[in-house]
Design a protein around this ligand. Structure first.
Ligand code: MG
Length: 454
């Protein structure tokens, strides 16, 4: 109030009071007329859903093909209402089953199935020590199952709950590998004929271990185990540029090419190889650094212009923050069950949108069909989708165990359009294929026997 304004007079106070009463009277008048009408009844869409509690949480281990798969089933107090989630840590499947059945079930029974974020946070800290792959996978099974339940309750596919579709289907990349460059080229052509527009190329064994024609010294010396793999690092480093050159020459510029270094090389060797690959315009180069070498990020990024995908071995979404805000990589590479499910994956995906980092979820055969469905629901809903690994065709056995498997057609993955994740499990069929301890080993050695870290 300025000095010139008159002080509140009795007239002015009365005027304001009258105005206020008038407004209130208007409101009361409206409310009064409503009191005479029939009681307000919310339309069906506006009614809150009655609460649903968790009745049980169990693990369903199964290996219908070569991989151990773990699926979590969450049953609720509403008859017939349950959810499924992927908890597949194929190399250590039994401890995940124990975590679910001996800890998670008791923790969850009687809790509200609706509060997904709260359930995630509560279980995450309930062991105090956290971030390990066993508990993260168990947590993913719970998280995805709760999203499945929420979708069923809402009568909507999960992608609708995440914001709806940004694309009609999910573009996927296929894996073309071979023992020779010619074999890889043939496989690239085959996938192109099937409609794939993105193809990962690898020479040698899984992840590309280079030419390994010679018998390594460690094997002659009887060092290590019979099943250990050999990697000739320098054969690998010189073969990959030759492979890119041959595929570009034979298959043209229209196809997008990807490659996975699988974290196995020295960072300085990776830099030198990636410089050679720039001329072949790779879509991305995956996992250039092991988790122990992430302090090389800045130097790697400043040394080459190839796009990078990273994160497959990360345990915790917080590991993405620093490289993302510093623009160290271009694609988020996450095994979704490894970091705890849809809830944390959506957080990383949304963070990526602010830094022009796109998604590229891990999607090989050691992700269950339930996990592939979860990947695809996020892929459909996030704007900054990049590509999905999964030129993968489910076997007949897998389709029998998992009715509603996503389908791959013309280089796209299609989910079953149904409430929730759109996929089910036939427990009788699943029980026919018990899990085992025969998961492929990851021991790769140099010729002198030194272990190479993936
Ligand atoms: Mg990889």
């Amino acid at each position: 109030m300025s000095k010139e304004d008159p002080p509140f007079s009795a007239e002015r106070r009365n005027f304001l009071k009258t105005m206020a009463m008038g407004s209130a009277a208007g409101i009361l008048g409206f409310a009064g007329s409503r009191a005479d009408a029939a009681p307000y009844e919310a339309p069906a869409y506006a009614k809150a859903m009655p609460p649903v509690k968790i009745r049980s949480v169990k693990a369903i281990p199964t290996a219908p093909s070569y991989s151990n798969l773990i699926v979590v089933k969450v049953e609720t107090t509403e008859p017939g209402l349950y959810g499924l989630g992927c908890a597949t840590f194929t190399q250590r499947a039994f401890p995940v089953v124990t975590a679910i059945e001996k800890y998670m079930n008791e923790f969850c029974v009687g809790r509200d199935a609706d509060n997904i974020e709260d359930m995630w946070q509560a279980f995450y800290v309930s062991s105090y020590w956290r971030n390990g792959p066993v508990l993260n996978n168990a947590l993913s099974g719970l998280d995805e199952a709760l999203w499945d339940i929420k979708g069923k309750r809402a009568n909507m596919p999960v992608y609708q709950l995440l914001g709806g579709k940004c694309r009609f289907a999910v573009p996927v990349y296929a894996h073309a590998s071979g023992r020779s460059i010619e074999e890889v080229v043939d496989n690239v052509r085959k996938y192109m004929d099937e409609g794939f527009k993105y193809i990962r190329i690898q020479l040698g064994g899984y992840g590309g271990v280079g030419g390994a024609a010679a018998i390594p010294d460690f094997r002659k010396a009887g060092f290590g185990a019979e099943s250990d793999h050999y990697m000739d690092e320098y054969a690998y480093l010189s073969n990959v540029p030759k492979l890119f050159e041959a595929v570009r020459k034979a298959c043209g510029d229209q196809i997008e090419l990807l490659h996975d270094i699988h974290e196995r090389n020295q960072p300085i060797d990776v830099i030198n190889m990636c410089r050679q690959l720039e001329q072949y315009r790779p879509f991305f180069i995956e996992d250039p650094l092991s988790p122990e070498n992430t302090h090389w990020w800045k130097q790697l990024r400043e040394s080459t212009t190839v796009p990078f995908a990273m994160g497959e071995l990360f345990n915790n979404i917080n590991e993405f923050v620093e490289p993302m805000v510093n623009h160290y990589f271009d694609f988020i590479r996450i095994h979704i069950s490894q970091i705890g499910g849809i809830t944390p994956a959506m957080k990383v995906a949304r963070l990526g949108e602010w830094f022009n980092v796109r998604t590229a979820w891990h999607g090989p055969g050691d992700v269950s069909p339930v996990g592939h469905a979860a990947n695809a629901h996020i892929d459909l809903a996030v704007w900054n989708f990049g590509i999905q690994e999964g030129g993968y065709f489910f076997t007949d056995k897998e389709k029998e165990v998992f009715p509603g498997c996503p389908e791959c057609r013309d280089g796209y993955l299609y989910i079953k359009e149904a409430p929730g994740l759109g996929i089910d499990i036939n427990e009788k069929e699943a029980a026919k294929y018990p899990i085992n301890n025969k998961a492929p080993g990851w021991t790769v050695r140099k010729s002198d026997g030194t272990i190479i870290r993936p």
